[in-house]
Every structure is written in C-alpha cells, then in structure tokens.
Design a protein around this ligand. Structure first.
Ligand code: SAM
Ligand code: SF4
Ligand code: SF4
Length: 341
C-alpha cells in the first residue's frame, strides 16, 4: 500500500477541474433529523436506512483512498449521516492519517465529541467542522427535530478544543423565515474565539426537504446583516474553497458565507463523494453513483482501481448548481445524509 507520495499532478475532468477532495460518508444514520437534510418520514413512510452489510469496511475505504491519492486527492473529509455514530471510527482515522501530505477532516453535529474528541485527535484527525444552526434551543430544535439542546453541541466544541483541535469551523445552514436571526447570534458568540462561522445557503439537495427558492436566505442577505454590525474585509482564498471568507475590521477573526445557490462554484468544484455503501458521486446532485464496491470486492489491485477512477473523473461534466434555474430538474438526486454532505 503506497501511503507516502510526492504531490501528484491531479487528474482533470472535461472542464479541466482537478480532483482534490474526497468526502467519505461513513454512515447514513444520524442522531438528528434536521428537516433540511433527513426528514423523519415522507408521505407517511419512515426514512429507510442501509443495512449494516451494505456498508464499506474501513479496509475498503482505506484501499479506495489509497487509489485516489495518486490522482490528486489531498483532502479527505469524513461525513455522513453523523460520522461519530460509526463504531470505532478512530480506527479508520488512524488508517487514513497514514497518507502523508493529505489533510484529514471531519464534519459532525458535535454531540458525541465529548466522548470521542481525544481518541480522534490521537488517531490523527487534523481538522473539525461542527454544525450548529442557532444559539437558542427553540430554533435549534426546530432545525434538528431531535430535542437536542445547543448546550450539547457547545460541550462538544469545548471538548474538541480541549483535545487540541484548533481553528474549528462552525457550519450554520440558514433558512429564510426559520433561523435568519441566528446569523447575528452566532457571529457575535464566535467572534474573538478563533473559531470561524460559515453561513450556508439552504440547498435543494435530496428529494425530501420540500425546498423552494424562496426558502433561501442568500449570502448577500447574510453579509448585509453582518455589515450592519461590523466592518468586513474580504480575505483571498484558494479558488477551490467553497466559502467566501471575511475578516472582521476590528481584528475579531473571520466569518464566511457559502453561496451554493446564488453564486454556484461548479467551475472550481474539485470534490468526489463516496457513499456509505460504496458508490462514487462526482456531484452532490447526481442521481446515480459509480459502483466502486463491486470493484473493491473483485480483487482489483490499487493501481487498477486508480486507472479506472482516473477515467471516471476525466469523463466528469457535472455543473448542476450552475444550471439550477435554467431547466426543470428531471432527476431525483440522492439524500445528502446518504452520499455525504
Ligand atoms: N451530520 C454531520 C453534520 O451535520 O455536520 C455531517 C453530515 S451533514 C449532511 C454535513 C453538512 O451538510 C452540515 O453542515 C449540514 O448543515 C449541511 N447540510 C445538510 N443539508 C443541507 C441543505 N439542504 N442545504 C445546505 N446544507 C446542508
Ligand atoms: Fe444529521 Fe447532519 Fe443531516 Fe443534521 S445535517 S440530519 S446532523 S446528517
Ligand atoms: Fe460540485 Fe455538483 Fe455542487 Fe456544482 S453542483 S459545486 S459540480 S457538487
């Protein structure tokens, strides 16, 4: 297994976009039911989950990552579902941390961090993003539909900091008419703490959240709110970064917006997603994934896998968000909790 490599020249897709990030969904289950991501039921039927036997093993995930690093992947992010629900996740972290020059990150709702943060840090996890959509329980519970209090997430953030995770990012999805007041609450709370809040436009991901364009509280609206309180200066970042980052004029740190709907970033999208059951998706809005589990279980060598996946990326033409409002959506995309947010 080749874990130590010099930075390879990334493979490029049809629009010359390099492959750089792999998001790995380690479970489709969650201890929240955020209404924008994983509604409890649709038309009376319970949300269905994958059976345990459908999941990729840690060894399979490690082999796949090993096949993708030579194609340019330099960032791995564990996600889900709620990644901390996957048993012994730190064992996978320890395996993936062996790739030199590859950043290893995780996005979590934070509730299990008091139990897990130290083990994750010791296993070699580099960075953490914690999702938190409001600072008052009434709004937060309306968003997470799980009766979980803001206190539990804040305890997770604190545990992560104590375990040595620095510069945590906080993700907040903003829905018009539901939690736009959280913009100023969260910004005020996390200013001057060294943590960066990123406000995300609510997206039409999946097929069950009933998204309407009017539900989007745009990045422009978010920035206008922030600017009523504080001076903001744009920070230049890498063109493949999804967040637009701003520095508070008074030196209180940074804040970001992710304008996935109103200012799509398909032109620079360098992400590949691995679903819990071993399908690769070249776009968050794709309806079909590439079945890599069968290849992994067929005994293919890592080099053979690399060659097959090079072809997959070279043929990629996805640009859903860029075209979102130009034509009606005819396909049914996968749920985000399944293919990894
Ligand atoms: N459970 C973990 C969490 O919530 O952080 C990781 C998985 S979650 C799918 C990853 C990210 O996707 C979260 O920050 C969540 O807020 C975001 N997300 C989920 N559904 C979304 C939507 N419809 N629009 C925008 N962001 C969404
Ligand atoms: Fe769970 Fe994260 Fe989706 Fe909320 S956003 S339901 S925490 S996977
Ligand atoms: Fe990337 Fe697809 Fe999102 Fe565009 S719509 S930024 S191609 S994941």
């Amino acid at each position: 297994m080749n874990t130590s490599i010099t930075t390879p020249e990334p493979v490029r897709d049809v629009f010359a976009r390099p492959l750089q990030d792999l998001r790995i969904s380690v479970t489709d289950r969650c201890n929240f039911r955020c209404t924008y991501c994983m509604p409890r039921a649709l038309f009376g039927a319970d949300h269905a989950f994958l059976s345990r036997s459908a999941l990729l093993s840690f060894e399979e995930i490690f082999k796949l990552a090993g096949a993708l690093v030579p194609l340019g992947v330099n960032k791995l992010r564990l996600t889900g579902g709620e990644p901390l629900l996957r048993r012994d996740l730190e064992r996978l972290v320890a395996q993936l941390a062996r790739f030199q020059g590859v950043e290893l990150a995780m996005t979590t709702n934070g509730v299990l961090l008091p139990r897990k943060a130290v083990a994750l840090r010791q296993a070699g996890l580099d960075r953490l993003t914690v999702s938190l959509d409001a600072l008052d329980d009434a709004t937060f519970m309306r968003m997470n539909d799980a009766n979980t209090s803001v206190r539990d997430v804040l305890a997770g953030i604190e545990a992560a900091q104590q375990a040595g995770f620095e510069h945590l990012k906080i993700n907040a999805v903003i829905r018009r008419g539901v939690n736009e007041h959280a913009v100023l609450d969260l910004a005020r709370y996390f200013r001057s703490t060294g943590l960066t809040v990123r406000f995300i436009e609510y997206m039409d991901v999946g097929a069950t959240n009933g998204w309407q364009p009017t539900d989007v509280f745009s990045a422009q609206d978010i920035l206008a709110l922030l600017r009523q309180q504080w001076a903001l200066e744009p920070v230049t970042s890498n063109p493949h970064a999804v967040a637009q980052v701003y520095r508070y004029g008074d030196g209180a740190g940074e804040v970001g917006v992710i304008a996935s709907v109103t200012q799509p970033f398909c032109r620079h999208c360098s992400r590949l997603r691995l679903s819990t059951d071993g399908k690769l998706f070249t776009c968050l809005f794709a309806s079909e994934g590439f079945d890599v589990k069968t290849l992994l279980r067929s005994g293919m060598t890592e080099d053979e896998l690399t060659n097959r996946l090079r072809l997959l990326w070279q043929q990629r033409t996805d640009q859903y968000s860029q075209l979102r409002f130009q034509a009606p959506r005819l396909h049914r995309p996968q749920e985000m909790s399944y293919l990894g947010g």
